[in-house]
Design a protein around this ligand. Sequence first.
Ligand code: ATP
Length: 238
Amino acid sequence: MALLEVERLSVNYGAIAALEGVSLEVEAGELVTLIGANGAGKSTTLRAISRLLRPLRGGLRFGGQNLLGLPPDRVVGLGIAHCPEGRQVLSRMNVEDNLRLGAYLRRDKEVAADLERQYQLFPRLRERRRQLGGTLSGGEQQMLAIARALMSRPKLLLLDEPSLGLAPLIVREIFDILAELHRQGVSILLVEQNAQLAMRRSDRTYVLEAGRILLSGRSSELMGDPRVQQAYLGTGAA
Ligand code: ATP
């Protein structure tokens, strides 16, 4: 049984079908990428998994438990953390308080130890821990958003376009951190515009086109597949 099982999921925005019968799985410890052109439905898939929107049909299970019907905070409590596109760091709160916010559902005594763990993973955040979120660079805000998501001690991290708008060097730094998290055994479902980079760093890839899964397989095998590029250019067969 996979850690995350998405089965024939369909989501509509009003009369518009955003996802139609999307099935995908993430095994424990896997780094899986979801790629596709703008508007293919990548963010919608992540938002449905974290219960920020209600699917029309389909199944959603995590660790064997049915997620449908659960509110988003219960989903976080089960071990799914969503790091949304656009980062959504609280600009008037300092870095450390932003991080503590990620642990708001936790009642254990290890929050301080986990703060320290994030600072080891992201040394720049330690240097800036008293700075307001809004004063950080785009790359630092992305790091903060990931670190904040990790503060809930997720089994599965949903990451929406972590490289968006960032300089290549920072993107590399962020992907190195994702590789480290992967090594530590965190399961990751990554949405990325930068398909080549994402495929190079992930175990498996799903290609979405116009709300449907067009292709899926080992990333190493899909990297040279011309249909991946076609999907990106929006010319692949639906
Ligand atoms: P991007 O890379 O541009 O974020 P995406 O693959 O993440 O694209 P989604 O944001 O999931 O795509 O959008 C899928 C489809 O649903 C698109 O056609 C989009 O216009 C539409 N859509 C997304 N959010 C809404 C909304 N709140 N209301 C209506 N339509 C929406």
